[in-house]
Design a protein around this ligand. Sequence first.
Ligand SMILES: [Zn+2]
Length: 273
Amino acid sequence: MPEGDTIHKVARALAPHLEGKPLAFFTGRRWGFRPQLEGVHVERIRAEGKHLWIDFAGPLSLRTHLGMGGTWHRYAFGERWRRHAYGASAWLRTMICDLVCFDAAEVELGTRLQLAASLGGRVGPDLMQEDPDYDRILERVRAFQGEHTTVGEVLLDQRIAAGIGNVFKCELLFHHALSPYAPPTLLGPKRWQSLYREAASMLRANLPRGRRVTVPPDARHGLVRLWVYGRERRPCLRCRTTLERIYCGAHNRPTYFCPRCQHRGAPCASSIS
Ligand SMILES: [Zn+2]
């Protein structure tokens, strides 16, 4: 699933091709009607957490959420699409190119008011925004943490704060020496706030970069860019212990971790099967 910084990068990449441009054609596979937006200008493209909004002149917007397998492509006229047209969730044509969103988990067209209402409480403060509302994030941690069994699941819950995906979840747990099994009740408000502040700075630091980096240059070994994510069976950059990967949480997402450095909240060894 894309992280929040990915969607901001998508918004930046699409903006020069869409903002201020009139649409020559617009359709989506999942609507039972053909929206009449030809000639309407695209006003603005914005990212909020993992949601991408395309605001048209007037009241309408298109909201997409890429989920696990969605992606945006840009094509010159006549260029062969790299994915099957059946997977096109939304297709926007300007006078110079086609922009196609494939296989989005969510795609919704409506007035901005309708779309905001349908999202309701599903999206917490966006960590990519300047000065996120940490008090509100802490309120939401209190409200929703009871639904989760681990700190990692809380971090992925977009209702609490929008933007953290599985890569940054793993890196944050490592930075805070938290076991992937650490229960949410282990942390007090100060530690939660520090986790979310660090998440915001990681996400923002990675916005201008092509590839995600969490390891500072002076601690880097060769081309390693991330402390733990994707590095199972390789040595921890801090203690040389072999990193591990487990699958846990409601969505069974992989969590990469160092069993030695990430000791806080670890269950006793006998309870791990
Ligand atoms: Zn370690």
